[in-house]
Design a protein around this ligand. Structure first.
Ligand code: NDP
Length: 678
């Protein structure tokens, strides 16, 4: 049965039969894959013309709420996805990694969107930069969604997580996605997309699905489109150099296979917790998803004297792994995704074994349960001991399966050098409790890595492991790993947006960003801003209160009352000897407290709670005899979706009688949507 694409708002059946796709376990044909007849120019135009505008109508919070709802909807159907996932050769554990991992990305981005992004369509990045002396010429970076489509080309090994980890940040940024699955496991991604479309949760055009070849899709891309790729280095190179991608400067991101290393510290000898952690992790990374993880450990870098112990312990661990039909509960490792992949792995193994010895496993033979080892794409884990750490093959040849090579190193310097021979990796790990060794190695290998896990007895119980990319952290790596970055929290959203430096007056910049900018005018209509609900409050509403005389008694009382008797507040002679002060100085927290005493409106009202202060700076010392005046200005208003309250950020500036600024900060409050409360 041919898999369908979802393009231009409807399901499309290909006009040609297409390539057959087989069950990785039984060898039976599951489906055929082709995109023949799909109108690629139409796909791009539909994304741009329908998906983009619909997404840009929504603010970040509304998009985040949709991602959350989608995550929940998909979770309700996960058993169905697990069942199909078995046909890709995955065990239940592997499927959870892929399926639940994908939902996890949706939910993590939903939560980020709600908590860290504004209820707006423009993102503001960094602080306002003062560009002129008078404060009337300022600059700030803003981010707006690109007006094109995000074409996402996925690898076969994560048919659910892969598309979702690319889709979530694009969607939150406001850019429609065109998802292309890898052919070998497209039947699982196709079901995922059916579930998404059936849910009706997303705006039309936000997601299209091209199941099969991309045809002339790339020819229609422009400067406003993105192309993200996961797969082999050779395809990455082909896509990166596509004439349209180069000619139109299409934003391109690649995540390719890499020869990730895991480095055991010399302190981690047999019998230490770190040695055991290292072995467990190595065996795990080799066998989860049958080693078909772009983040799997390919090179185990081990102190020369410990190679024998590691080989023995890891071989013992691998011997316990039951291989076979993932539907059988005793099975810990399933099949590769296809017979072609097994051929590919065997080819790579020939090369690796030409410069090493197998200490576990035989590439041509494996005992399996509940399946036919030849009809299914089964292969034994193979652990190799390199004859010579300097030979090129282990640092250059990737067997994309349950394969790792043990490589002995002399000292920390050689470990760093060997790690760098991978020419850029997605992830590396250092397993050691020796912090000097760890610092040396981490700083030495970091330029070649997108992510580094340092594992020891302290973080092990909570560690998410070497092989797990996380939505909050960057996934990608330099050089051979593709030179790209995915996810990484807000970074992944920003990737889909254009960063523009806007130079303007504070008033105009504020109008653009929806935030009050220092230097812009304020309004004071005589109503205390704390008496205004979210519905009534406006950006720029302000209040000036004071002056308040600060006395020696205030300072002495505050010192005694709080116990903060630091000499600058209590000992005039010692304070005067301090290069920053001319005598006894008021506590900074006293100054801030006095300001609060000036600006609060004491009666119950729409301001429900003060929940923090940001960017507090004490700029000029306050001495007894000084008079303080505070100006509070409504800077940003962030409603909280369905909640009955939202966040208000106030600019606070405390000045002294001579106009000098004693302190500046943002006050954060929760304010009711309406008052009195319903
Ligand atoms: P490919 O690079 O061939 O395929 C990856 C994706 O690119 C698939 O969706 C594929 O589609 C698509 N693709 C291939 N050629 C083109 C093209 N000319 N234009 C547009 N899209 C294209 O990798 P494979 O899946 O074949 O795996 C090969 C090797 O890649 C593995 O053995 C492994 O070494 C590595 N790999 C790395 C991964 C990683 O995460 N870094 C993941 C998976 C594999 P289609 O399937 O339809 O051809």
């Amino acid at each position: 049965m041919p898999l369908r694409s979802y393009v231009q708002g409807s399901w499309f059946t290909p006009t040609a039969e297409g390539a057959p796709v087989y069950d990785a376990v039984t060898g039976e044909q599951v489906a055929t894959v082709s995109s023949d007849g799909a109108d690629m120019a139409g796909v791009v135009a539909y994304g741009r013309g329908t998906g983009g505008p619909a997404l840009r109508e929504l603010n970040f919070h509304q998009r985040a709420a949709m991602l959350k709802a989608l995550g929940g909807h998909l979770r309700d159907h996960r058993d169905e996805l697990y069942a199909l996932s078995v046909r890709t050769g995955a065990t239940l554990g592997d499927s959870k990694f892929d399926v639940d991992g994908g939902f996890g990305v949706l939910l993590a981005y939903a939560s980020k969107g709600k908590r860290e992004l504004p209820a707006d369509t423009v993102l503001v990045e960094g602080a306002v930069e003062q560009l002129g002396r008078g404060g009337q010429f300022v600059g700030q970076h803003i981010l707006t969604p690109l007006r094109g489509v995000a074409v996402q080309v996925n690898a076969f090994n994560f048919p659910v997580w892969g598309p979702l980890e690319k889709f979530a940040p694009a969607f939150l940024a406001g850019v429609p996605s065109v998802v292309k699955p890898a052919t070998a496991t497209a039947f699982l991604t196709a079901r995922l997309v059916e579930l998404i479309v059936e849910s009706g949760l997303l705006p039309e055009g936000a997601l299209q699905f091209v199941c099969g070849g991309v045809g002339d899709l790339f020819d229609h891309l422009t400067d406003q489109d993105l192309l993200s790729f996961t797969g082999s280095a050779s395809t990455a190179q082909r896509l990166r150099t596509h004439p349209t991608v180069v000619g139109r400067a299409v934003r391109f991101n690649a995540e390719a296979d890499s020869l990730n290393c895991s480095i055991l510290g010399p302190d981690a000898v047999a019998g230490t917790p770190e040695f055991d952690l290292y072995i467990k992790q190595l065996v795990n990374e080799m066998t989860v998803k049958a080693g078909q993880k772009c983040t799997a450990i390919r090179r185990a870098l081990i102190p020369e004297s410990l190679v024998g112990d590691v080989a023995e312990a890891a071989a013992a661990g691998l011997a316990k792994v039951t291989i076979g039909n993932p539907a059988d509960e005793s099975v810990r490792m399933g099949a590769l995704a296809s017979l072609d992949q097994r051929e590919e792995v065997r080819r790579s193994l020939k090369s690796l074994l030409s410069v090493g010895t197998a200490v576990f496993g035989d590439p041509e033979h494996v005992d399996v349960v509940g399946a036919d080892a030849e009809r299914g794409a089964f292969i034994s884990p193979v652990l190799i001991r390199a004859d010579d750490p300097e030979r090129a093959e282990p640092h250059e040849v990737e067997a994309f399966g349950p394969v790792s090579t043990l490589i002995g190193y002399r000292d920390a310097a050689q470990a760093v050098e060997l790690a760098a021979r991978g020419q850029g990796s997605l992830v590396g790990s250092v397993v050691s409790a020796d912090t000097d060794f760890v610092r040396h190695v981490v700083l030495g290998v970091a330029p070649w890595h997108g992510r580094l896990l340092v594992l020891d007895r302290d973080d092990a119980p909570e560690s998410t492991g070497h092989g797990s990319p996380l939505p909050a952290l960057v996934h990608g790596g330099p050089g051979r790993a593709g030179g790209g970055e995915e996810m990484g929290g807000l970074r992944g959203i920003a990737h889909h947006m254009q960063r523009t430096a806007v130079q303007a007056s504070p008033k105009v910049l504020g109008a653009i960003t929806g935030r009050w900018v220092r230097g812009a005018s304020r309004q004071d209509d005589g109503v205390h801003p704390f008496r205004k609900s979210l519905a009534e409050l406006e950006i720029g509403d302000s209040l000036t209160a004071g002056p308040r005389l600060v006395t020696s008694e205030d300072v002495a009382h505050f010192a005694e009352f709080t116990g903060d008797t630091f000499y600058a507040h209590t000992d005039a002679e010692a304070a005067a000897a301090n290069p920053f002060f001319d005598g006894i100085v008021a506590h900074g927290y006293l100054v801030v407290s006095l300001a609060a005493g000036l600006f609060v409106d004491p009666d119950p009202g729409p301001v429900l709670a003060n929940y923090g202060i940001d960017d507090l700076r004490f700029l000029t010392p306050v001495y007894p005899g000084d008079e303080l005046t505070v100006t509070l200005t409504c800077k940003a208003i962030t409603p909280r979706g369905d909640a009955a309250h939202g966040e208000v950020r106030w600019d606070a500036e405390i000045t002294k009688q001579d106009g000098s600024v004693a302190a500046q900060y943002d006050v954060l409050t929760m304010v009711a949507n309406t008052w009195p409360l319903p």
